[in-house]
Ligand binder design. Structure first.
Ligand code: ZN
Length: 656
């Protein structure tokens, strides 16, 4: 790659005159280097002409240079077409015409930096400098065109899901982020108001939504598990008795319960051989569901053996590289490792010293689970040559350990803070690895989470906030009593999924009762339970006969007539059905508000404040990639962030 050939590092930043001199005698040649660093200032990006510092605090010398127009000399639009360069130069209006909303790679001295310019006509230079700038831009446009072929099509889509990662973790620990999260916040399109528009807010639904755009009503994934009325058994979102686990223990699994296509499926339907789609996570459902039906593989962690495993759904035996990874016993190296040792000594923890299931479970519930997964992700990228095929590959990485830590200690704990900071570093490591292998300028990164979490009820009490704990018996006991009293004793509730009961339809038929009437009686009893906010019957949800509010919309979008229970019972905000720790699942903001960041040259960086949904990821990616929108998508295209599609199409110019 061509590198910046100036000696401007020798020029003090507070001496613009010297800088001009260097420019006239030296044509700078751009290079694209990551991570973006500036000496003595760390990473930064700012919205220059809006005078709004987005992040970081560049010193006054830099601002002086930028105000004087010096910075524009070194600003290179990352994505521009040849035609645009020429037309603007012919009319000699290049200064204003280049000042669109683009992320610029900039150089002062030899130091690359990033500036986001957010207004038309934002770059201003003097007549003297205009001439110099024209020369520079001619040169840069040539350089860009050399690289344009590589930049037009992403080599890899990297989906990062952090399990149970509330949006406000980006805010609360922001000053501690220096790695991958920091980079996403600076260089990405950051949605500050992204929510799950489904209910309940649980892992399987989140992971089924993110690359399908579908709601549970259509995707069929309406919970982590549910009661299957056909087999009269409890099933999970990915359980499949026709398949077997490869490389470890556990039940067979596949994506067959997912009824819709994913982005990976859509890519593979176009390029079945060359596109590679891989899903990895510590959790089976979080590895399988984002990839979809045509994925080459999904890998997850077996806490009995400490191995990464897969399913016969994908292949008859594990690939050699996975066997080799497992044979190297990567879990065992964490034996005896500690965390929070120096950060919060009174809460410090140490993993079991001996290899075995106890250690592997403890790894799953500690930051070391994420480290293990990141190491496995690097191996997958190398062994599967991800990003090095003729068409775009997709890797989905879901970090599960944050969820276990969050359940145990709550969102306000030192443990959650620690694991959040550590995942920032891990993502930095993963991005650096990708940069070295395929170049981050060839990657679209999407970061999000599958759900948030409620504060610990004990903390809420301390803060004089509402909320508390409720047991399963508290909730379903009164329903059983009411049905016994009205229709005679019987096993009225066969099973439950979350707060949803499955009534015994055979018993209802045996007794010659009306199903809807039995559901009404059950709903009335549930509604009378203290701290139950609202109860919907399946009949109401099917007819859409519910209050017209956002909460009801989330519930109705998630009702699947074949798989859902007979009632959907909403507790009041901050009430949880968990005897210890905390949990998630409600349609309230602390469970639904999640991070959503896109990053890559196809994306217009900045902070976006409109309300968006997890469902919007899939149609937005499909639009950028120029593939069919996944079959069940209910999301909208986040067109504001699309800088350029893979075929070179750019969105129509918006009104200023
Ligand atoms: Zn989860």
């Amino acid at each position: 790659m061509i590198s910046l050939a100036t000696n401007l590092a020798e020029v003090p930043l507070h001496r613009p005159a010297s800088l001009k001199k260097s420019i006239s005698s030296h044509v700078p040649v751009p290079s694209f280097q990551f991570p973006v660093q500036f000496p003595n200032m760390g990473q930064f990006a700012l919205s220059w002409c809006g005078s709004q510092t987005v992040r970081g605090a560049p010193d006054e010398n830099l601002l002086t240079l930028m105000r004087a127009g010096e910075m524009s000399i070194y600003s290179l639009p990352l994505l521009k077409s040849k035609r645009r360069f020429r037309s603007r130069m012919v009319r000699d209006h290049f200064v204003s015409e280049y000042s669109q909303e683009f992320l610029h790679e900039c150089y002062i001295g030899n130091a690359p930096c990033t500036v986001a310019l957010h207004r038309k006509g934002a770059i201003f230079v003097t007549r003297y400098l205009s001439f110099v700038a024209a020369v520079v831009i001619i040169f840069c446009s040539w350089t860009f065109l050399v690289q344009a072929g590589a930049a037009n099509k992403p080599k890899l889509i990297l989906l990062v899901v952090i399990d149970q990662f509330r949006y406000d973790y980006l805010l609360h620990f922001n000053d501690q982020y220096t790695g991958g999260l920091n980079r996403l916040l600076i260089q990405g399109a950051v949605f500050e108001n992204a929510n799950l528009e489904h209910y309940p807010a649980v892992t399987a639904i989140g992971h089924a939504t993110v690359l399908t755009g579908a709601t549970p009503a259509l995707s069929g994934i309406m919970g982590n598990d549910w009661y299957d009325r056909e087999s009269h058994k409890r099933v999970t979102s990915i359980s499949d008795e026709t398949e077997k686990v490869l490389g470890g223990s556990g039940s067979g699994a596949s994506p067959r319960r997912l009824l819709v296509s994913t982005i990976g499926d859509e890519l593979k339907m176009v390029h079945p051989e060359s596109t590679h789609v891989i899903g990895i996570s510590l959790k089976d459902r979080s590895a399988i569901l984002p990839g979809g039906h045509m994925a080459n593989a999904a890998y997850w962690y077996d806490t009995k053996t400490g191995n990464f495993v897969s399913s016969t759904y994908y292949f008859p035996e594990l690939p050699a590289w996975v066997k080799a990874f497992d044979a190297s016993r990567p879990s065992d190296k964490f034996a005896g490792s500690g965390w929070l040792i120096s950060e919060a000594p009174s809460r410090s923890k140490r993993l079991p010293a001996a290899p075995g299931p106890e250690l592997y479970s403890a790894i799953f519930g500690s930051p070391y689970g994420n480290e293990l997964l990141e190491a496995f992700a690097e191996k997958a990228i190398a062994a599967e040559n991800l990003g090095q095929h003729d068409s775009t590959d997709l890797l989905s990485v879901s970090f599960s350990s944050n969820d276990v830590v969050g359940h145990s200690f709550g969102p306000d704990s030192p443990e959650v803070r620690d694991i959040s900071i550590r995942i920032d570093r891990l993502l930095g490591k993963l991005f650096a690895y990708l940069d070295q292998r395929i170049g981050m300028q060839n990657v679209i990164v999407v970061l999000t989470s599958d759900h948030g979490v409620s504060p610990l009820p004990e903390n809420l009490t301390k803060w004089h906030m509402p909320g508390g704990r409720m047991t399963t018996a508290d909730l379903f006991g009164p329903i059983k009593l009411a049905l016994d009293a009205k229709f005679g004793k019987g096993e009225w509730i066969l099973d439950t999924a979350g707060t949803s009961p499955y009534l015994n339809l055979d018993l209802i038929r045996e007794k010659g009762l009306d199903e809807a009437e039995v559901r009404r009686v059950a709903a009335k009893a549930a509604a009378a339970v203290p701290h139950v906010l609202r109860v919907y019957t399946g009949d109401q949800l099917q007819l859409g006969a519910v209050p017209n509010d956002p909460i009801s919309t989330r519930v109705i979008r998630s009702f699947n007539s074949k798989r859902s229970g007979d009632l959907e019972i909403l507790l009041e905000p901050y009430w949880i059905r968990s005897a210890e720790g905390t949990t998630h699942g409600t349609p309230y903001s602390y469970d639904t508000h999640v991070p959503l960041v896109f990053m890559g040259p196809w994306v217009r960086p900045g902070h976006y404040f409109q309300n968006v949904a997890l469902n919007d990821i899939a149609p937005t990616l499909a639009t950028i990639l120029g593939v069919e929108t996944p079959s069940g998508s209910a999301g909208k295209v986040l067109y504001d962030i699309i800088q350029q599609r893979v075929d070179g199409q750019t969105p129509a110019r918006r009104q200023p």
